[in-house]
Write a protein that binds this ligand. Sequence first.
Ligand code: SF4
Length: 482
Amino acid sequence: MEKSSRTLPTFCVQSLGCKVNQYEAEQIAAALRRRGLVEVADPSVAQLRVVHTCTVTVQAASKSRQTTRRATRLPVLDCSPTRLGDGVPPNGAPQATGAWDLQPDTAGRARVVVTGCWATSDPAEAAAIPGVDAVLTNQDDVRARLWSLVERWMPLESDTSAARPSFAASVALPILADRQAGPQRAFLKIQDGCDAFCSYCIIPRIRPRLSSKSVEDCVIEARRLVEAGHVEIVLSGIFLGAYGQQTAIRKRQRSGATPLAALVEALCTRVPGLGRLRLSSLEPGDMTVELIAVLRSHAQVVPHFHLPLQSGSDLILRRMNRQYRREDYLRMIDRVEGAFDRPAITTDIIVGFPGETDREFAQTLAVVDRARFIHTHAFHFSPRPGTAAARWRGDFVRGPVVNERMRMLTDRARAAGLAFRRQFVGQTVEVLVEKVEHPTHRHGRCERYFDVSFENPAARAGDAVRVRIERADEEHTWGIVL
Ligand code: SF4
């Protein structure tokens, strides 16, 4: 197929896993965009395919492997930006005056780079996949390595020096200034690393060093994101409560310091136009009186908190090496409920952890009944090689038992979620409209995180719309626009 003379190299970043990974994928995309490559959504039209992987469970690692394999096998279709309906390079990108596509590999395939947690935990396996050109681990300077790879793959004979961007080494990925994927919500990664070593989790081996973004950098980044059109910012980190700390192990942290509270205060008072601030995940030791006082004093902080429980049994929590016990968790729920009007609390629970008997599982159900979670992410325990819990084979719970417990938990969780949403029938909520995919139908998340559907052809993605809740069933909540 004939190519346009304006052939800026195209790339896509596929991200798996958590919010931190989504954020890092945006950082990688921002770095490549700033160097003049054109982002495309469809991997089959990308000349450079970055797969930002996850390794938190065996399933996540397997999905990362499959996605990488798929990326290497896709043919390169005609990827000229003009043919993609995107002939104008993004702001600040160099204008191409001649052709300088990325060179494919010797087999004519697109370039594939694997990054992220699975690339870090299993670099040799990732590198052995035919068609993978490079594996960059979390310990690498990802931006500098990516830029030098792109430089190497630019065919010299087609170089037009005016058009070609310069690739300088850099020590860190950029602060995000661009609009992120969804127009309504942006992730702001404020912390990385964990050294808490929960017995089922591989992350401390993949991201062992803790680091935090300074308050000033967070404020600058948040301002840019709001100026770029984002209404809501979600603070994310591997261990959010360890923001500003050198360790996630509470007994070793500086006592009396509340850096997360200071950050929330700064964001809520120094970022004009910030509509909503959400915190991604907190534990009982994080939800201090000081933090709650700051959270409740700012209208931008939404009354939704993700508070992972994992288990309601002290015996299992101890085996998990979690830093709280059942009573700590319940006290935190009391504090949050006392501070906010009907807060929405979501949680994670691992079902069938090694050694979990019916008794321990019943203790988890009792906490679920008490906490009335709006949503429960229930996970079937999956042994992650390299963790302590994966070695406790003798205590593994049989599959049918775990399945039955999952069913019981899911039933309770659904009922609790429905009861929570039904409280709001007849009341008004503010909905942030998600991507528009229908001529008249719209939906989006309200302050308390549940999704609300309504009819309004005029509403655009990112709009904040006032909606009165009319009804709720197990799957959906409907309302009418006021
Ligand atoms: S706190 Fe525990 S579960 Fe969370 S990242 Fe650290 S080790 Fe993993």
